[in-house]
Design a protein around this ligand. Structure first.
Ligand code: IPE
Ligand code: IPE
Ligand code: MG
Length: 229
């Protein structure tokens, strides 16, 4: 059995899924929020330590303002509906990405959820919000350069500790929904030795059962990390 500590998901396909049903793209995002709850509860039951969900990329600002605004409201929708349940399930919330740029209301909602769940001991549910993998690496480079204590050669561990996602283990399994085969600037450093799973279902139709199937497939992977088995 492979050790599974950190799962990361690119929750993709909301818009196309809605449009296929002749609905607005935002309907897909709304249904996607419901699925965040479903998958988080399942991940917690499966004793996964960290689940990182790609919620908004640094590139998503290119979308029409009306969609960007809708996406920025989703943390409020999510925590209004589910914060109590997350507490009951001992789930802890965190965020990676640039706070700068996120509307104040959205940032406050996230910060409140992070503070409220800070002592929970179950799954850590990390939202990658205004997140870009390149930007995360650059921010770590700059924070190394500006660290007065760091007048030494920068090792992998030191660099890792300067990343936003530094406190979390490397990603073991990265899942992308909606049949797209790319990383889209997600967690570039932490994905170095991740196993990848690309599924055709759009995010709103990626059920907890399907999630479990992907995880049991991961169990059968032969992870060699460059060695020989
Ligand atoms: C994922 O669904 C949600 C975000 C990127 C915020 P999309 O909105 O990318 O949906 P598609 O890929 O256009 O169908
Ligand atoms: C990646 O999905 C970002 C999130 C899921 C938040 P996109 O839909 O933005 O990615 P591309 O544009 O297909 O690469
Ligand atoms: Mg997409």
């Amino acid at each position: 059995m492979n050790k599974l500590r950190h799962v990361a998901i690119i929750m993709d396909g909301n818009g196309r899924w809605a449009q296929k049903q002749n609905k607005e793209r935002t309907f897909g995002h709304y249904q996607g929020v419901e699925n965040v709850r479903n998958i988080a509860i399942k991940a917690n039951q499966l004793k996964i330590e960290v689940l990182t969900l790609y919620a908004f990329s640094t590139e998503n600002w290119k979308r029409p303002l009306i969609e960007v605004n809708y996406l920025m409201k989703l943390p409020e929708v999510f925590f209004d509906r589910f914060l109590k349940e997350l507490m009951d399930n001992d789930i802890k919330i965190d965020m990676i990405g640039e706070w700068k740029g996120i509307p104040e209301d959205t940032a406050n909602v996230l910060k409140k959820a992070i503070a409220k769940t800070a002592n929970n001991k179950g799954l850590t549910l990390v939202f990658a919000m205004n997140y870009g993998g390149k930007q995360e690496i650059l921010q770590a480079v700059n924070s190394c350069i500006n660290d007065p204590e760091l007048n030494t050669v920068i090792t992998e561990d030191i660099f890792n500790d300067h990343l936003d996602s530094g406190k979390y283990p490397d990603v073991d399994l990265m899942i992308r929904t909606s049949g797209e085969y790319r990383i889209s600037n997600f967690l570039l450093w932490k994905l170095a030795y991740a196993e990848f799973a690309f599924v055709n279902e759009a995010w709103p139709e990626f059920t907890p059962e399907k999630f479990e199937t992907v995880i049991s497939d991961f169990d059968d992977r032969d992870r060699r990390f460059g060695g020989i088995k």
